[in-house]
Design a protein around this ligand. Structure first.
Ligand code: PHE
Length: 370
């Protein structure tokens, strides 16, 4: 009996001391395995007298059962602790801030382009587009630039190499060639699917796009963006032009009153032609629109020249219209206080982080401008 009590005490201690499932398994083998200590005791039963076996049998079997139960209990304990440790180790702290991730930004030029389109869309304008690479006919001739006229030089045009057939392509110097592409209805399909077809009047479109001139300083870059406007209908006059542009400026700059003036100017494709100035205050290094005593030129405009109409197959006795063209980047600089035009195309991501817009700020006539 003492022998069994001692063995029980020893095994109980070893079971309790087993730090993991493997150590516990070693104790089990040492006690209940083929040549384990408890198994050895069980084997002695065979050699006993029936009398002796009657008392020893239940004692030894009882020990075997208790040791087995103790091992099973300890195993359950160790497995539960292991699961707890695993759960603790694999915990995610959802309160930690996420790792910073680079996010893109909408370039101010694109943002302003969208804002402008939204404002003109409210007034019933659609959008037309043309190619960056133009021919002399669309960029100059059809727009009533006489051959060899000095006005062609003013544009500082980027020309491509003259082709064997004598044609010399160029990078468009303004978006005005798309006026021609919009008015002229030919049987030749447009050079690319996104380029607008000619349409029958009445026409009301704005034409955003890239334009190119050999020019570079704080307010000029060789590539810049323009937004052209073209309206062709019956009985159109300067009053419509003035109202449209004044309404645009108020809406775009989100101010109630804008004082503007139309200064006579010259463009070969409009007659009369004008430049529109808006009143502003430039004191304090910042341009404030709608106040002050200075003038800021923002666009060129005029009534579509009868020759341009004729070049597009429209009868100027029946149709009248106006057109305008403005620099999108310059308006972006004004509206959002960007000091140097060249930075806009320097592809500096720090600049874009600062001046760029979130894609969620996309302007629309429904959600507002910005
Ligand atoms: N195309 C002119 C320019 O680039 C602007 C303009 C467009 C003027 C339409 C009148 C009418 O300067």
């Amino acid at each position: 009996m003492t022998e069994l009590t001692e063995l029980h005490a020893e095994l109980t201690a070893r079971i309790a001391a087993a730090a993991d499932v493997a150590a516990l398994e070693a104790v089990r083998v040492a006690a209940l395995g083929k040549s384990g200590s408890v198994s050895a005791l069980l084997k002695t039963l065979g050699a006993m007298s029936p009398e002796e076996r009657k008392t020893r049998g239940p004692e030894i079997n009882g020990l075997k059962d208790r040791v087995g139960a103790a091992i099973a209990a300890r195993r359950a304990e160790l497995e539960a602790a292991g699961l707890d440790a695993q759960l603790a180790a694999e915990t995610l702290d959802l309160s930690l801030p996420p790792a910073p991730r680079r996010k893109g930004a909408v370039h101010p030029t694109l943002q302003v382009m969208d804002e402008m389109i939204a404002v003109f869309a409210e007034m019933g304008f659609g959008v037309a587009e043309g190619p960056d690479i133009e021919d002399d006919f669309h960029n100059f001739t059809a727009l009533n630039f006489p051959p060899k006229h000095p006005a062609r030089e003013v544009h500082d045009t980027f020309f491509f190499k003259t082709r064997p057939d004598g044609e010399r392509r160029l990078l468009r110097t303004h978006t005005s060639p798309v006026q021609i592409r919009t008015m002229q209805r030919t049987n030749t399909p447009p050079p690319a699917p996104w380029i607008s077809h000619g349409q029958a009047p009445p026409i009301r479109v704005v034409i955003p796009g890239r334009t190119y001139r050999k020019d570079s300083d704080q307010t000029h870059t060789p590539m810049f963006h323009q937004m052209e406007g073209l309206v062709i209908d019956r009985g159109i006059h300067m009053g419509h032009l003035k109202w449209t542009l004044e309404t645009f400026v108020k809406r775009f700059f989100e101010i109630d009153s804008v004082v503007s003036r139309f200064r006579p100017h010259y463009f070969p494709f409009t007659e009369p032609s004008a430049e529109m100035d808006i009143q502003c205050d430039r004191s304090g290094g910042e341009v404030k629109i709608g106040q002050g005593s200075q003038w800021l030129e923002i666009l060129g405009c005029g009534m579509v020249h009868p020759n341009v109409m004729r070049n597009c197959g429209l009868d100027p006795e029946q149709w009248q219209g106006f057109a305008f063209g403005m620099g999108i980047d310059r308006l972006a600089m004004l509206k959002y206080g960007i000091p140097d035009l060249r930075d806009m195309f320097a592809a500096d991501v720090r600049w874009l982080d600062h001046y760029g817009f979130s894609a969620f700020q996309a302007p629309s006539p429904v959600t507002g401008l910005s």
